[in-house]
Design a binder for this molecule. Structure first.
Ligand code: SF4
Length: 197
């Protein structure tokens, strides 16, 4: 059997800009490809095929950084063999966070943290596995959109509302929605505010 391989868009070391771990250093492992096709996607460059990397190549790259927390993101990581990738990283002693659109139900039970950001479709099973549900808020977002995920069914899950592109009108809408849904939390894209990747 050939060794497992993943198509990787990029690996870089930065600071988590969103949600519960905002401000925390992490290595980002961005897998290539996503078929969701959101107009507002801010990582369209990850739609390119990427570079095939096997587990050893990925671990060697991750070992260049002093931080053991790895955020697997995309693109959409669940469009590749995400459970095997999580196992590889966990076996090497990494703390593994997942960022997914949640459209593909897959086994993320070995991950330390799972953020599901629903887009056009989402798996109910993946919503149940989420530590955080991150809803992007733009001009079209309504209270009914928030109520699809609020209150979160699962006690461990927190709903974050994140203004699209940090735009002032979207921030104002988030604040209004959070005041109406007080268990929800605000997530701003810190990395865009401080102009880092
Ligand atoms: S699901 Fe995420 S990565 Fe995929 S197109 Fe939409 S915003 Fe981009």
């Amino acid at each position: 059997m050939p060794p497992l391989s993943w198509n990787v868009s990029e690996i870089f070391y930065s600071v988590q800009g969103e949600g519960r771990h905002s401000g925390m250093p992490a290595v980002f492992l961005r897998l290539a490809g996503c078929t969701m096709g959101c107009d507002f996607c801010d990582t369209k460059y990850a739609f390119a095929p990427g570079i095939p990397m096997n587990s050893l190549q990925i671990l060697v790259e991750l070992a260049k950084y002093p931080c053991k927390t790895v955020v697997i993101t995309g693109g959409e990581p669940a469009e590749q063999d995400l459970p095997s990738l999580i196992s590889v990283l966990k076996s090497a002693g990494h703390t593994v966070h997942i960022e997914t659109n949640g459209a593909h139900d897959c086994d993320v039970s070995k991950a330390d943290f799972v953020c599901v950001s629903p887009k056009k479709t989402v798996s109910e099973n993946m919503l149940k596995k989420a530590d955080v549900i991150k809803l992007l808020v733009g001009p079209q977002t309504t209270p009914q959109d928030v109520e699809k995920y609020y209150p979160c069914e699962n006690e461990k899950t927190t709903l974050y509302l994140q203004p699209l592109d940090n735009l002032q009108e979207n921030i104002a809408k988030c604040l209004q929605l959070i005041k109406q849904h007080p268990s929800a939390r605000l997530s701003v894209q810190l990395h865009k505010l401080i102009h880092v990747k």
